[in-house]
Design a protein around this ligand. Structure first.
Ligand SMILES: [Zn+2]
Length: 140
């Protein structure tokens, strides 16, 4: 695939990740993720509380609850429950991954990470670079 075609595809999947982020009931921040392998969407996620918990991300002080899962973690754990494998997949995420998600991305065998907005901390991106994961920042 040519670089231009790949970029068009990356932007298209990123738009889907943004649409998917609208599912998040978190008020402070809404993040969406799409996991793609062999041109097939194999998983998706958005930030939120674990299954069975109330759909509220923030406490009375408007602080994010410690058990809220990030979009990347939800996409990776969702594929873990399926018959698919994230090995060699590309992750599209609307915000650059934090360090906790970066660890999961590395261990899940994800080879490419495409993100749009930069998260306030860059240690996640730095860790992914160290693990030789291809990082692409797209501007929609
Ligand atoms: Zn994270």
């Amino acid at each position: 695939m040519t670089d231009r075609k790949q970029l068009e595809l990356d932007k298209r999947y990123m738009r889907m990740a943004f649409i998917w982020s609208e599912n998040s009931y978190c008020k402070r921040r809404q993040v969406g993720a799409i996991l793609v392998k062999d041109k097939m969407i194999i998983s998706d996620g958005y930030n939120g509380t674990p299954s069975g918990f109330e759909n509220v991300c923030e406490d009375e002080q408007n602080v994010t609850k410690p058990y809220v899962l990030h979009a990347e973690a939800n996409a990776i754990t969702k594929v873990a429950r399926s018959n698919n494998s994230s090995d060699g997949a590309t992750l599209y995420v609307t915000s650059s991954p934090c360090i906790e998600c970066a660890k999961l991305i590395i261990q899940a065998g994800i080879r490419r990470v495409v993100y749009a907005d930069s998260y306030r901390l860059s240690d996640g991106v730095e860790l992914l670079k160290k693990a030789n994961i291809e990082l692409i920042s797209v501007d929609l």
